[in-house]
Design a protein around this ligand. Structure first.
Ligand SMILES: [Zn+2]
Length: 68
């Protein structure tokens, strides 16, 4: 399992984000905007998947931490 960096990171992108989803986060639900939401079992922190966001190459997976 990947070590938990949910407390210190706000955004992850590319292969790093894919590894983090696979190795650390649980697929949880889909939010009101149709985005996949992943959850960290250790901290309870949630991350949303952002596909094709502005400023990134096509088909790059970007994870954004849900602020609360
Ligand atoms: Zn975590």
């Amino acid at each position: 399992m990947e070590s938990c960096r949910c407390d210190v990171l706000n955004v992850l992108s590319g292969p790093l984000a894919q590894d983090y989803v696979r190795g650390h986060l649980e697929g949880a639900r889909v939010d009101g905007l149709g985005r996949q939401v992943h959850r960290c079992a250790r901290t309870g922190i949630e991350w949303t998947e952002d596909r094709n966001p502005d400023g990134y190459a096509e088909n790059v997976l970007v994870l954004r931490r849900v602020l609360r």
